[in-house]
Design a protein around this ligand. Structure first.
Ligand code: XMP
Length: 517
């Protein structure tokens, strides 16, 4: 384990990911963690992240110098580099000179950290103060116009640092520098692989669950599918999955869960077919927030009833209690909700579907330490079908928030048909992974005049909303090739009788959101 100490910049998660890309497990701890708390995790190395611009700024987070006498190797980045320099007796000058963005760094002495790199590096900087002299025992390795010392190391004690940000993609050889610290200075081993992640997670689930029963809600999404498959691998038929089919999924998605997922994993699946119930509850409703509330409420009701059924059946069968509920919580949620080792509370997440209050389950969260790309790797390792592992995010309320206007059975059918065409053409063009999500929206209350064959048509438009994004917080509209848009448009207007016009949404987020409702 490598512990990344978060000094409050946005970079800690990125650093943790880069360390994991080097196949070394890493976790983030807040800078308020004490040396004892950090050492209790038994880290092989510690990385101090970037943070505020000045170690002298009022209230700037401090590093307890006891951290450096613990014998654990440490790597300082940006603010962490300065904090390390100042804690170990170097000089950090309040120069007022700052460097932001792309900067040239000059490698004077490669040492171990910068071995094999060019003499000059294009690096990403963001600092005000700079290190003027390295602490005793350290060798200065590099400098830049605004930073007399931009990298240093003390390989005897396993310390090193850089003023720049090796974790950002704009920094040349950033990953190499990080890996040279991890492997050549700190002595870490690249043994954290999807197979080892899976083995560890399975062992942890077995230890937690013992011989008790477990229940898991499947949504059709990647996270719940991987979590369920993993728990199935760990405790086999102690697991029952519940799939609430609200009738608002896209073409083929319910089958993907009921047939493909079950075939790949062998899970015991209970399907709650609730399409009629959801459609009845949505009758006459056009307001987006009201739709969302109704769907949330019906979902909880349905899941709860299905879960009670599972509990009762278990009780009748052998008196065994269902004590655990699987949740597909991921690491970014844990860090951002302050759930990890006392991290700062930035925002509180809650999972779609919520937990029925009076059904008291303990949570099993086998993906709690993983980022999304790692979850996908584990999913492939578990043998899940690629169509499930690479599925785009899809909102809990489903197609109901992609029909602008009242949700009816007929309208769902129209949208499903148009959506299936758009997805098929995107896949055929090999662009699934270039696009974050590709909502297709039916403007059900809008009609426009068209001509098809010799006749006048008066049909509905659909909107194509392909977007690129990293995390759905911001997004840009995808520049899909014209030929792909053309084949989607031609096929939809030919194959979906009620649709006579196809338009493309070219709004970024912000100001638009990804979904239309
Ligand atoms: P917006 O439309 O706010 O969506 O830009 C951001 C991301 O969240 C998804 N989304 C949801 N996911 N339940 C979900 O599980 C919801 O109620 C919900 N609403 C939006 C959306 O698809 C996009 O990925």
């Amino acid at each position: 384990l490598v512990v990344v100490i978060d000094f409050g910049a946005q970079y800690a998660q990125l650093i943790a990911r880069r360390v994991r890309e080097a196949r070394v497990f890493s976790e983030i701890m807040p800078h308020t963690a004490t040396v004892e708390q950090i050492m209790a995790r038994r880290p092989k190395a510690i990385i101090l992240s970037g943070g505020p611009q000045s170690v002298y700024a009022p209230g700037a987070p401090q590093v307890d110098s006891a951290l450096f006498s613990s014998g654990v190797p440490a790597f300082g980045i940006c603010y962490g580099f300065q904090a390390m320099a100042s804690a170990l007796g170097g000089d950090v000058a309040r120069t007022g000179l700052s460097e932001f963005g792309r900067t040239k760094a000059r490698v004077d002495v490669p040492g171990t950290l910068l071995q094999g790199l060019p003499d000059e590096l294009a690096v990403w900087m963001s600092h005000g103060d700079s290190v003027e002299s390295a602490p005793p025992g350290f060798t200065a390795l590099a400098g830049s116009a605004g930073a007399p010392i931009a990298a240093f190391e003390d390989t005897d004690r396993g310390f090193a640092g850089v003023q720049w940000h090796p974790e950002v993609l704009h920094t040349q050889a950033g990953q190499k520098v990080l890996e040279q610290f991890l492997f050549d200075i700190a002595g870490c081993k690249p043994d954290w692989t999807p197979a080892s992640i899976l083995d560890d997670a399975i062992a942890a689930v077995r230890a937690q669950v013992g011989d008790k029963r477990v229940i898991c809600g499947l949504s059709g999404g990647v996270d719940s599918a991987v979590a369920a498959a993993l728990v199935q691998r760990a405790v086999g038929d102690q697991l029952t999955c519940v799939f609430v089919d609200h009738g608002l999924l896209r073409a083929g998605e319910a089958e993907q869960v009921e047939r493909d997922f079950v075939a790949a994993t062998g899970v015991d699946l209970v399907v709650a077919d609730a399409a009629d119930q959801f459609l009845d509850a949505l009758a006459g409703v056009t307001d987006p927030e009201t739709k969302r509330k109704i769907i949330g409420r019906e979902f909880i009701r349905t899941f709860e009833a299905a879960a009670r059924g599972v509990v009762e059946r278990a009780g009748e069968a052998d008196g065994g209690d269902v004590e655990f509920l699987v949740q597909g919580t991921l690491y970014p949620d844990v860090v951002e909700s302050g759930g990890g080792e006392g991290a700062a509370n930035i925002k509180s997440h809650h999972n779609v579907g919520g937990l029925p209050d009076d059904l008291q389950f303990a949570l099993v969260e086998p993906l709690r330490t993983l980022f999304k790309d790692e979850v996908r790797a584990v999913g492939l390792e578990l043998g899940l079908p690629p169509a499930i592992v690479w599925r785009h995010p899809f909102p809990g309320p489903g197609l109901a928030i992609r029909i602008i206007g009242e949700v009816t059975r007929d309208r769902l059918e129209i949208l499903r048909a148009a959506d299936a065409v758009a997805r098929a053409e995107l896949t055929a063009a090999g662009l699934d992974r270039d696009v974050w999500q590709f909502p297709v929206v039916l403007l059900a209350d809008v009609r426009s005049v068209g001509v098809q064959g010799d006749g006048r048509t008066y049909g509905h438009p659909v909107v194509l909303r392909p977007v690129t994004s990293e995390d759905a917080m911001t997004a840009d509209w995808s520049r899909l090739p014209y030929e792909v848009l053309e084949s989607i448009s031609t096929r939809i207007t030919n194959e979906v009788r009620e649709v006579n016009r196809v338009v493309v949404d070219i709004t970024s987020k912000p100001p638009g959101t990804i979904e239309w409702e």
